[in-house]
Design a protein around this ligand. Structure first.
Ligand code: SF4
Length: 350
């Protein structure tokens, strides 16, 4: 049955003979899975797939890395972070470079791991680098709420949490249809994506298996010919209209919206999340009086354009020569969800 379904999707995709279509895969995991499963190879010439701003490490601005390095070197805090962020270049160096100057950086696999580290090392000041979208924000909120409940005061967050709806709006003219991120929609529900139809923006929520992704492409190609904006949830086994009530309540309790800077997209009003005043004692920026920083990206790196779908990684002159996963120049080559790393790993047409 599953194979028949996939065959039908394949037929719809292969037989597409409509106008050229640009489809933006918003989610970095989609970028990698579409490459890994070889789906790009079966798409007709008229279908262009572009990467979007859905890799949290990639959209985190350079300024944020500078803030983390400042905390580690000037305030001597222990930085707990996911591994990817350690190699992302800041204005002058990465956290890996700062390590060689004495920075204490611990790799963790979740915010609660960082919280446990803080609980077990009460003589250290511990800051977790809280980067991510609606999928990863609830665990950060849980860690802070637990710290408050248990009176653990040597733990705090350096927040760079972001929410997707304002990014969809900012990117709405970049593509004919969005492949909406399944993980984010699992938490937030489909309301924000459905509302985009009122703004003339089409898209489908997609899962991550070959069958789910091919179905999503087939639905887009079928509906695009009808000439009307559309929305379809193609990941119903995980995504509901309501999303996760627990996750949404947790975020609303601990964090509040704020204007935030996205690499490549600039400042998007109300697209970020920061800790509410009730949790100020666990907010690293307030706790350590982090000074305002500007951040300066390598001018040759085109991550900003790639995140807006304005160019593909092979069009960056540094791709694969100066910039490789071993020696990354920009965030999109560091992160395992980044478009440059996907193109480098799987190869890709320009
Ligand atoms: Fe930046 Fe490297 Fe990607 Fe070029 S290939 S855009 S330098 S990350």
């Amino acid at each position: 049955m599953g194979n028949e379904y996939t065959q039908t999707a394949l037929q719809i995709i292969r037989s597409y003979d409509g106008p050229p279509v640009r489809i933006m895969e918003v989610c970095g995991t989609h970028t990698h899975e579409i490459f890994r499963l070889g789906i790009r190879q079966i798409l007709p010439e008229a279908v262009e797939v572009i990467s979007g701003p859905g890799c949290p490490v990639c959209v985190t601005p350079v300024r944020y890395i500078d803030e983390a390095i400042w905390l580690a070197l000037e305030r001597k805090v222990t930085i707990c972070t996911f591994g990817d962020l350690v190699r992302v270049p800041g204005s002058t160096q990465s956290l890996a470079g700062a390590r060689s100057m004495g920075a204490h950086v611990e790799i963790v696999y979740s915010p609660l791991d960082a919280y446990d580290y803080a609980r077990q090392h009460r003589d250290e000041e511990v800051v977790f680098l809280s980067v991510g979208f609606e999928t990863t924000t609830p665990p950060s909120c849980l860690a802070v709420r637990t710290a408050r409940a248990e009176g653990v005061m040597n733990f705090s967050l350096l927040t760079a949490n972001k929410t997707m709806p304002r990014a969809y709006e900012a990117m709405k003219d970049s593509a004919d249809a969005f492949l909406y991120p399944g993980h984010v929609c699992a938490v937030m529900g489909t309301g924000d994506c459905e509302a985009m139809v009122q703004q003339g923006v089409s898209g489908v929520v997609a899962g991550f298996t070959a069958k789910e992704l091919m179905t999503a492409f087939a639905v887009i190609l079928k509906k695009i010919r009808q000439g009307r904006p559309f929305f379809k949830n193609c990941y119903p086994r995980v995504v509901t209209r309501e999303g996760s009530r627990t996750g949404k309540e947790l975020m609303a309790d601990v964090m509040e919206p704020c204007d935030d800077e996205w690499r490549g997209l600039g400042c998007i009003p109300q697209s970020g999340l920061r800790l509410r005043p009730d949790y100020a004692a666990w907010d690293a920026r307030r706790k350590y009086s982090v000074p305002p920083m500007k951040g300066k990206a390598n001018p040759a790196c085109r991550c900003g354009d790639i995140l807006q779908g304005k160019c593909t990684p092979p069009q960056c002159p540094l791709f694969g020569t100066v910039c490789t996963p071993e020696q990354p120049v920009g965030a999109c080559m560091v992160s395992h969800e980044g478009a440059c790393s996907a193109y480098y790993t799987y190869g890709g047409k320009i």
